[in-house]
Design a protein around this ligand. Structure first.
Ligand SMILES: Nc1nc2c(c(=O)[nH]1)N[C@H]1C(S)=C(S)[C@@H](COP(=O)(O)O)O[C@H]1N2
Ligand SMILES: [Mo]
Length: 451
């Protein structure tokens, strides 16, 4: 199992008919790369073994599906139907063309919050599990059979996949686009690679996991102090160290450390998805804290200055243009304020992970549609004053325009919108990702989107 045991003249242990020709294996085994020979004896932790690996594995088996499913839902919420979920052409990985619902209004807030918070909390568990199997990375020879080559290939995709998802996810949350590729496309493709590898890995390893967990009752293991911590018996996968040292921490201590780190990360993250005092605990987040106490004192994702909005464009000269087919109408802010006003308490939930619940007042989008003479609303394009870039426009599906709480907001928490929150007018729609709640709206075209 290790280079020490693998004498060049040894047998092919996995060679039950699917092995490589014996002489290949022997040649490979006889020529380990520098530094690998004797390495297994230097991995000495007596904690490593099938039980510990399977315990971390079980946690991931239960929680990762939730991260995967919420991630996929977030992608659907983004509106891939309208080419808005940046992997605009993902071939056969394209998700079904469903309408993202507007109810419950906190739907995206929850799927997004769960995806990000849980994803962060699982980082210590993933690292602990990788630590527990780390010596396997230096196995020599690297594979003894075709089946094992395939298995190790899935591991490459599995480990590479999850590390890639963690790294890109964390960087995205910090708005740190250090990589030269599009985050959404890459994170989406990476998720599929990882998920496929995970399914293969679970199919291959589930029986081992069950056996390993049954081999040492958790209750007994969690009652074992450091002094009584012994290595597991040698296992066929070679996870147990061939020459284990004495325990410096018990298995329960190691699990408590990992669990504690996970809870700590979670506690430093959830605040970004909760309002009130919790907000202050969101230490890891670049825009997660409460910036002020006035009605407009909630998170600003991108300021008017950063978006290049000139005060002249949002002053008295500003007009909202409404379009439906060849009909067109222009309204100033006073005209909008003279229309029936509606108030709704709705979250802004940014795709980067933070969210906040605020009270918005403005004109219903469906009233604006009726004003320009259409009840038969189609996919609707909202354009901002920004002339270029990601936020230039957003497409809303008919159900998102017609919801009675979907607003062109003019006020928030009883005050006029601040410039940074989209003055003179912004869109707010229940359960819509923040990215599509266009600020500094210039035009709404109720039948202008290509489907
Ligand atoms: N025109 C325009 N609209 C925009 C943005 C923008 O940069 N420009 N940012 C979007 C994003 S990503 C989010 S999360 C919300 C944030 O709204 P807030 O800054 O009022 O909290 O506005 C959205 N609307
Ligand atoms: Mo956002």
């Amino acid at each position: 199992m290790s280079s020490d045991d693998a004498s060049p003249a040894g047998d092919d242990p996995a060679g039950a008919g699917y092995g490589f020709p014996r002489r290949w294996w022997r040649a490979l085994a006889a020529h380990p790369p520098p530094g690998v020979r004797g390495l297994p004896r230097r991995w000495r932790s007596p904690l490593r073994g099938p039980w510990l690996t399977s315990t971390f594995g079980l946690v991931l088996l239960v929680t990762l599906p939730l991260v995967i499913v919420t991630g996929l839902l977030d992608h659907l919420a983004y509106g891939p139907r309208f080419s808005q979920a940046f992997p605009s052409d993902v071939g056969w990985l394209r998700p079904p063309a469903v309408d993202w619902p507007t109810r419950p209004s906190w739907l995206f807030r929850v799927t997004q919050g769960l995806h990000v918070t849980l994803g962060i909390m699982l980082v210590p568990v993933v690292l602990a599990k990788l630590w527990s199997v780390l010596p396997k990375l230096f196995d020599w020879p690297p594979a003894r059979s075709v089946a094992q080559v395939l298995e190790r290939l899935t591991l490459l995709l599995l480990v590479g996949g999850i590390l890639f998802e963690i790294a890109t996810g964390l960087l995205n949350m910090q708005y740190a686009y250090l990589f030269g590729f599009d985050f959404y496309t890459a994170h989406y493709f990476g998720a599929w690679v990882f998920t496929a590898a995970l399914v293969a890995h679970v199919a291959l390893k589930l029986p081992r996991l069950v056996t390993a967990l049954r081999s040492r009752p958790a209750r007994r293991e969690l009652a074992t102090p450091r002094a009584a911590t012994r290595p597991e018996p040698p296992d066929p996968d070679g996870l147990v160290a061939p020459a284990p040292g004495a325990a410096t921490v018990s298995r329960r201590g190691a699990i408590a450390l990992v669990g504690g780190l996970s809870v700590l990360l979670g506690a430093l993250t959830v605040g970004q998805s909760l309002d009130g005092a919790w907000r202050r605990t969101a230490l890891l987040l670049p825009r997660g804290r409460q910036p002020g106490s006035d009605p407009n004192g909630f998170v600003v994702n991108r300021t008017a200055l950063a978006a290049g909005i000139r005060p002249d464009d949002t002053g008295p000269a500003w007009r909202l243009t409404l379009r439906a087919g060849d009909r067109q109408l222009a309204l100033d802010r006073a005209a909008l304020l003279a229309l029936p006003q509606h108030t709704a308490r709705l979250p802004i939930a940014c795709v980067e992970g933070w969210s906040t619940l605020q009270t918005w007042t403005g004109v219903r989008l469906r009233d604006l549609a009726a004003l320009v003479g259409t009840d038969d609303v189609d996919a609707t394009t909202v354009r901002s004053l920004e002339k270029a870039g990601l936020f230039r426009q957003a497409t809303l599906a008919a159900n998102q325009v017609l919801d009675p709480d979907s607003l062109l907001a003019l006020r928030v928490n009883g005050a006029d919108l601040a410039p940074d929150h989209g003055w003179p007018a912004r869109v707010i729609v229940p359960a819509l990702p923040g990215v599509h709640c266009t600020k500094w709206v210039a035009e709404i075209d109720f039948a202008g989107a290509a489907r």
